[in-house]
Design a protein around this ligand. Structure first.
Ligand code: FMN
Length: 185
């Protein structure tokens, strides 16, 4: 069975609605490891050797996080800077990640139409994630289509189009089914 590492980057996971529901749906799957960066590294001192040792055991590496300013939360960026080093992830002998796959799993405040072509955010999620896609490519990894769950707006505002509990439940199931299918393949 294929192995999946979910690198979870949420600075405020206790207050999370979206990422928490997604994690609850997948946390008991066999051969899925949840790696909660903000819990593991509350002082931001990343153990590079431990992270690299963890990465080489995996087939699929998921970057799961809320979209923060159209990008990743800062500890995930630091993790990339520290862990994806010359000689490990790139460079002549840096082939440790070659042939593995990377998939972003993102929650957004914005509704889908904000990120549609011509929408208010000016760019689609795929366009905004180009640095992640190119990082994967540069490291010799495959890049999987991002799994995006939109519309996490304050529920008390009752904004039309905001994700409902029922829709979130369905998306969380879809995430679990995707990983189950991937691991069996
Ligand atoms: C610092 C910060 C920056 C954010 N930037 C964006 C953004 O660029 N685009 C967006 O759609 N939502 C943005 N949001 C909203 C979050 O993405 C949203 O609250 C989150 O995905 C909901 O997931 P959660 O329930 O797991 O926290 C931002 C929220 C915070 C706190």
């Amino acid at each position: 069975m294929k192995k999946v590492l979910v690198v979870l980057a949420h600075p405020n996971f206790e207050k999370s609605r979206g990422n928490r529901a997604l994690i609850e749906a997948i946390c008991e799957l066999p051969s899925v490891t949840i790696h909660h960066l903000y819990k593991q590294y509350s002082q931001w001192q990343i153990d590079v050797q431990a992270e690299q040792a963890l990465l080489i055991q995996q087939d699929l590496i998921v970057f799961q996080h809320p979209l923060y300013w159209y990008s990743v939360p800062p500890l995930l960026k630091k993790w990339m800077d520290d862990v994806l080093t010359f000689g490990f992830a790139f460079g002549q002998d840096g082939t440790a990640l070659k042939g593995k796959e990377l998939m972003p799993v993102i929650t957004t405040g914005g509704l889908p139409e904000l990120y549609a072509a011509g929408g208010g955010a000016n760019f689609t999620i795929s366009e905004l994630l180009r640095p992640i896609q190119q990082t994967a490519t540069f490291c010799g990894m495959g890049y999987k289509t991002p799994f995006v769950v939109y519309g996490f707006l304050p529920q008390e505002l009752e904004i039309p189009g905001a994700i409902t509990d029922e829709q979130l439940f369905q998306e969380a199931n879809r995430y679990r089914q995707f990983l189950q299918h991937y691991m069996a393949g």
